[in-house]
Design a protein around this ligand. Structure first.
Ligand code: ATP
Ligand code: MG
Ligand code: MG
Length: 294
């Protein structure tokens, strides 16, 4: 269990803002009410801007341009999705069958030096994961480590993984990232929903709308979405979800077309985004069926 990264908003409607994952210090209070600042990443800035003029507009935080603080550091100013909620429960699900870019894999292959630190990290999680040769050398190559790490979670198989959950007033755990089996995920989702049928139904409807909007979106058609999340937020009265985190979303070169719903093979750039959405839809439908049949 890790402590939450928070800051207290001082503007109208004082409340504690909560960040589930990512590095501490990436976010701070926005210049405008109802907005937050996130450290500027040029790729993400471009996506936020492009998405404001796309069909997916209502599924992403509103974007208010870039700003600089007193020290000259740059940020994007984006809608604070937590603002309308009262003591919200929050879940971050990373969508897609892989969470690294093909270019990251290529970069790691240019560095052919096996690393002892990666071997240590691997055996700390699973001492049977290294091959005999890797055990002998006590070192692991970076690309091998990157591909292995993806098999720890449900990403490869279900096209999404739970990154973190924060229940109202509760602590949060990051161990979610190692949950792999559909049944275990279903249990976590049930608990997050606190067995509420109306809440599950609202999320399901929003997922269905998101899916059909993706299929009609120019942005979705022309981009590879890697490491992007869906942020689920609810309180006693409402429940909704949004797409966030576009730091590793890239425009596809014009000769590459992806389906978003096929398994990834090297060079295809497939991200498996719709595999994740479809599995979430199936899980929410299962949960609603189970709750209604009592
Ligand atoms: P990483 O790449 O490691 O996932 P990051 O620094 O890119 O992290 P995000 O993933 O964008 O950061 O966000 C981290 C967390 O901050 C989210 O899980 C969520 O809890 C919170 N967060 C991000 N954007 C918003 C938003 N617009 N409104 C409310 N909360 C947000
Ligand atoms: Mg993220
Ligand atoms: Mg990110």
């Amino acid at each position: 269990v890790t402590s939450l990264l928070t800051f207290t908003r001082t503007k109208k409607g004082r409340y504690e803002w909560i960040q589930l994952v990512g590095h501490p210090g990436t976010f701070k209070e926005g210049f405008h009410d109802g907005y937050i600042l996130k450290d500027l990443c040029e790729y993400e800035r471009y996506c936020c801007e492009a998405l404001q003029n796309d069909r997916l507009k209502h599924f992403v935080p509103k974007y208010n341009g870039t700003v600089k603080d007193e020290e000259g550091k740059s940020y994007i100013e984006i809608e604070d999705l937590l603002a309308p909620f009262n003591d919200p429960c929050i879940m971050d699900c990373k969508i897609g069958v892989r969470t690294y870019l093909e270019e990251d894999l290529e970069k790691s292959e240019r560095d052919p030096v096996p690393r002892a630190d990666l071997y240590e990290k691997m055996i700390a999680i699973d001492s049977s994961a290294p091959t005999e040769q890797e055990h002998d050398e006590k070192k692991i190559l970076k690309p091998r480590y990157m591909i292995w790490r993806e098999t720890l979670s449900s990403s490869q198989e279900l096209g999404f993984r739970i990154e973190a959950i924060k229940k109202s007033r509760g602590l949060m755990s990051k161990e979610f990232q190692r949950i792999k089996d559909r049944e275990d995920i279903r249990k976590q989702l049930m608990e997050f929903l606190a067995n509420s049928i109306p809440r599950a139904t609202r999320y399901l409807n929003r997922l269905l709308e998101l899916r059909s909007t993706c299929l009609r979106s120019k942005f979705f058609e022309t981009h590879e979405l890697i490491g992007s999340s869906l942020l689920f937020v609810h309180d006693a009265n409402r429940a909704s979800l949004w797409m966030i985190d576009f730091g590793k979303t890239r425009k596809l070169s014009s000769d590459i077309h992806i389906t978003h719903s096929q398994a990834w093979r090297r060079g295809t750039h497939e991200d498996g985004y719709l595999i994740g959405i479809d599995n979430l839809i199936l899980l929410f439908q299962d949960i609603i069926d189970e709750l209604t049949s009592g």
